[in-house]
Design a protein. Structure first.
Ligand SMILES: Nc1ncnc2c1ncn2[C@@H]1O[C@H](COP(=O)(O)OP(=O)(O)OP(=O)(O)O)[C@@H](O)[C@H]1O
Ligand SMILES: [Mg+2]
Length: 624
């Protein structure tokens, strides 16, 4: 119970933090809403009793005007608070969206990839939509529970007054017990308590159904979301059409839809049978209550008009209790989803060191891996194992190795995108985690193997910023060999890429995109330049151009160049060969090409395709 209460409080705190005032507006709205039916009941009873007691017209008028104006004020206040509440709720939604987006952008890449976190996030998001979200939560908890509390207080007061009220007339047997104190209390108690028990059982059953249904819905949503997005994404169009994948996807979609329809129909039927049965039974219990009130009226314990008032109170009480149960059950289910937001927003941003990275004009930054081992979250095997490597200042290092040997993983560890499992990585002798993350990442300019550009302008992509230096952007595009292509675009460097955010956006080829990614790395002007397969999509001319301008691209910075193009090693001072997550060879090209080993094998294998009849020696001189 305590845990449940603290969960409720957590969600309320979150709502209050994101939009102070919202809960207050909602509370006042609920109070005014709940009060109106009682006021109307009261007014009718006053008029009835007044009429029966032979009140003067003037007296009746005063009564009506008094209660009427209170009711009207309540109604005006209700509308006022409703508008305020709705506006505040919209702001709350926007603020929550802002907060979650910011969190997604600032948690570590490691956490962002964590399948458990992703699943929980998706569940919370879908669950919120599915069950009405915070709006429904505020409504059910505040309005319905408040309604029930008020109804209960008034109900108890009504029972007590009725108990005290005795009449002079006598009821015929066997109905005497109805106005007898004990009989009256017992029947009333039974009538109020039975629906509570009944509801407890019903809601428990309904909750089980709902829970199962929700799990099912989220699964179906995730899968059909994937199917739909795959079909809708035009970039998938060619593969789908040429491999006749359309039928595959369509059939799967239909299968999903049918599964969804069948299950939801079944569950809906089960659920509404339960609700209908329960409601009918609860309504039936109103009969004995009415009988009690009528009996009190018959013996003259209450005025005739008050019969109306009391039956009204009790009808209200039964309905409110009923609603409160539904609300409580819905609230608990909602809690399961909403509570996640609280935990999500409380996630720590990536662990950040406090040391500033010393600004040095001489670029004297030295990074070293000491016995580093790493495995991906949830994976069994190590991708890097007892890995040692020192990157010498100003040195150009080429990294080669088979697919899956750990080259890209090595770069990601270097960039602090993942924490090492064992060992240490140091910058100028100090563990990289101790440095301020942003400052540390500022010293690295990386072209990732799976580089990504965004649907912003070319210049914004290159500068990774809304403010940019046009001249530097143009220089960067020149060095990456894409300046002329950008010049042909309608708005030059300010042309928007892709059509996601702008209908007029420019579509570019894979190679053109890769060149812009290279330009982005140059623009950053960082002491380390890291290029992971940066020319994989480039044509031979473009690749040659990049090689030719390599000096401009890398200048005197420390650089890492990962490539399967063995000839690229010629502009490296040092070649490091990866095999199964370890460094197996480390020397210059001249040395390695003459020494039996993986480098020689890789080199020869590739050279064969180009110049089949050259000897190894000839090949070696050709590429040296
Ligand atoms: N996000 C990930 N989660 C789990 N395992 C991964 C992940 N990324 C890579 N791996 C695994 O780590 C191993 C090394 O991958 P990595 O990308 O570092 O290789 P690589 O040397 O860059 O290969 P390539 O030459 O193909 O680019 C692979 O076998 C892969 O299965
Ligand atoms: Mg790779």
């Amino acid at each position: 119970m305590n845990e449940l209460l603290s969960k409720y409080l957590k969600v309320f705190r979150l709502i209050h933090e994101q939009r102070p005032g919202l809960l207050l507006y909602a509370l006042f709205f609920s109070l005014t809403t709940v009060a109106i039916p009682y006021l109307i009941l009261l007014m009718t009873t006053l008029v009835l009793n007044g009429l029966l007691a032979g009140d003067s017209f003037g007296r009746l008028l005063i009564k009506v005007l008094l209660v009427g104006s209170i009711t009207l004020t309540c109604q005006i206040a209700q509308k006022f608070f409703e508008t305020k509440r709705d506006a505040a709720y919209n702001e709350f939604n926007i603020n929550l969206e802002k907060a979650t987006t910011l969190k997604l952008l600032t948690i570590s890449y490691f956490q962002l990839q964590d399948p458990e976190m992703r699943a929980a996030y998706q569940k919370a998001k879908e669950g919120t939509t599915y069950s009405g979200g915070f709006n429904q939560f505020i409504r059910s908890v505040l309005e319905d529970l408040l309604n029930a509390t008020i109804a209960l207080i008034i109900g108890i007061a009504a029972v007590v007054t009725l108990l005290w009220a005795d009449g002079s007339k006598i009821l015929p047997q066997p109905w005497e017990f109805l106005v007898n104190d004990w009989g009256f209390a017992l029947v009333i108690l039974l009538c109020v308590v039975t629906p509570i028990f009944l509801n407890l059982i019903l809601t428990k059953k309904k909750n089980e159904i709902e829970k199962g249904l929700f799990e099912f819905y989220t699964n179906v949503n995730r899968q059909s979301g994937y199917l739909f997005n795959t079909i809708f994404d035009y970039q998938n169009g060619p593969a789908l059409r040429l491999y006749r994948g359309n039928q595959l996807l369509y059939d799967e979609m239909i299968k999903q839809n049918n599964r969804f329809l069948k299950r939801s129909l079944e569950e809906d039927r089960k659920s509404s049978n339960l609700t209908d049965g329960g409601n009918a039974l609860i309504s039936l219990l109103l009969i004995p209550i009415f009988l009690l009130v009528a009996a009190k009226g018959y013996v003259g314990a209450i005025e005739v008009g008050s019969i109306f008032l009391y039956t009204g109170y009790f009808t209200q009480l039964v309905a409110a209790l009923n609603q409160a149960f539904v609300a409580f059950a819905a609230g608990n289910m909602l809690l399961g989803f909403l509570d996640f937001y609280f935990d999500f927003l409380a996630l720590d941003p990536q662990e950040n060191g406090s040391l500033p990275v010393e600004k040095r004009n001489d670029n004297e930054y030295e990074i070293e891996f000491h016995n580093v081992s790493f495995k991906y979250p949830g994976a069994e095997t190590y991708v890097l194992k007892d890995f040692n490597l020192k990157l010498m200042i100003g040195q150009r290092t080429a990294i080669v190795g088979r697919n899956g040997s750990g080259k890209t993983t090595f770069i990601k560890l270097l960039c602090r995108l993942y924490p090492v499992t064992e060992g240490r990585i140091t910058l100028n002798g100090i563990e990289i985690d101790k440095y301020d993350l942003k400052e540390y990442q500022d010293i690295l300019a990386v072209v990732f193997q799976d580089f990504k550009l965004f649907a912003f302008s070319v210049a914004e992509n290159v500068a990774a910023n809304r403010h940019f230096d046009s001249q530097r952007v143009t220089d960067a595009l020149y060095i990456a060999g894409v300046k002329d292509r950008v010049a042909t675009m309608p708005a030059g460097i300010e042309s928007i890429l892709y059509k996601e955010l702008d209908d007029q956006g420019v579509e570019i080829s894979g190679g053109e995109a890769q060149k812009i990614a290279i330009a982005r790395a140059w623009y950053k002007d960082a002491p380390f330049v890291i290029l992971d397969e940066p020319t994989s999509a480039l044509d031979p001319f473009s690749e040659y151009e990049i090689y030719r301008r390599f000096d401009d691209l890398v200048e005197d910075k420390t650089s890492i160049y990962i490539s399967h193009r063995m000839s690229s090693a010629r502009f490296s001072d040092r070649i490091v060969v990866f095999e199964n997550g370890r460094v197996v060879q480390d020397a210059d090209h001249q040395t390695l090409v003459q020494r039996p080993g993986l480098y020689q094998e890789l080199f020869n294998a590739q050279a064969q395709y180009y110049v089949e009849d050259l000897t190894d020696d000839q090949l070696a001189t050709l590429f040296s």
